[in-house]
Design a protein around this ligand. Sequence first.
Ligand SMILES: O=C(O)CCC(=O)C(=O)O
Ligand SMILES: [Fe+2]
Length: 366
Amino acid sequence: MASNFSSVPVLDYALVSDPKRKPEFISQLQHALINVGFLYLTNPPVAQGDVDDLIGYIPRLFALPQQAKHEIRMANSPHFLGYSKLGAELTRGETDHREQFDFATPHTCRWSPGAPDYLRLWGPSQWPEEAALPGFKATFERYLAQVQALGYKFIELLAEAFGLPHDALAQFYDSDALMQHRAKIVKYPVPSDDASSDQGVGPHYDAGFLTFLLQASDHPGLQVQNLSGQWIDAPPVPGTFVVNIGKALEFATQGLARATSHRVLSPPKGSPTPRYSVPFFQNISLDTRLTEHVLQFPAEILQLKEQRGAAAATDSVNFTEFDREPSGRVNLIGRVKSHPDVAAAHYPDLFKQIFPDGLPAQGSAY
Ligand SMILES: O=C(O)CCC(=O)C(=O)O
Ligand SMILES: [Fe+2]
């Protein structure tokens, strides 16, 4: 195996704006995309003041009275946006030990009766009452807009790293107003002394194009699976994002950009504080069928993939339907599996297809 990795590479975004050093960045990016599928980004173009403000809000968000969180529960939302209480989510059929709020960039739902179900996947966020957490919504929206802009820029850099014109992947997006990207604010609580599982979130791949993860406390726990199947730590590094590749981008780049399996372990028993994180998931247009967009890569770039070698078999959640179905449908199926109770309320037909025996015993709290 030519290119196994034992740590996650660190790339400095400041190089991008220095014409002399940008080629260095592009070459490091090419290596990280093809061989690792994860990287740390230092000096990201997101105001540190906004990041710090967001980090300050997170414990207060989770400390809202249970009733205030219940009012914005995900079960209210056909868009799978809102609050999920501890243990409400499944990965590989196992309960994840995390509490979370799903928010998204602004979007007006385009669905109308008779249109495909998957157009309902995007719509407005549910925000806590302004008086309960003054300034939180504005801060988080400011943060999301900056990470969204970074995401589009990063896709251009990725195209360059793969020898394509910088706008080669623009075909996967609609205009800004028609797009929606999603971010979660997550709390991994310290397990109680008698807890049997340390699954914060089980081994999985992300679904979309790129994920930009802010590790918002100093707890390690994120682990990334290398080519031989070992779990490599990706601990928090202040001032950085962890960037990784989703299955849709892997498919769109013919496997050049590697989607890498990862998981999060709960904080150790007895820790004084929980772990917090904010993953931002960059989506592609809901209507895109990936098989209809074949990118033409230079032969010497495609060769780099052959040199990488194959990844060991993994039992992480996979997304096999990508090639045939519109991306919105692939995503909707993923959401139904993760949040069956929300699906039962809003997508009863699809729910019955996927869970013919009804709600699983766990993961049905909201
Ligand atoms: O919380 C983290 O550090 C990572 C979360 C993650 O991988 C996910 O939600 O997809
Ligand atoms: Fe993930």
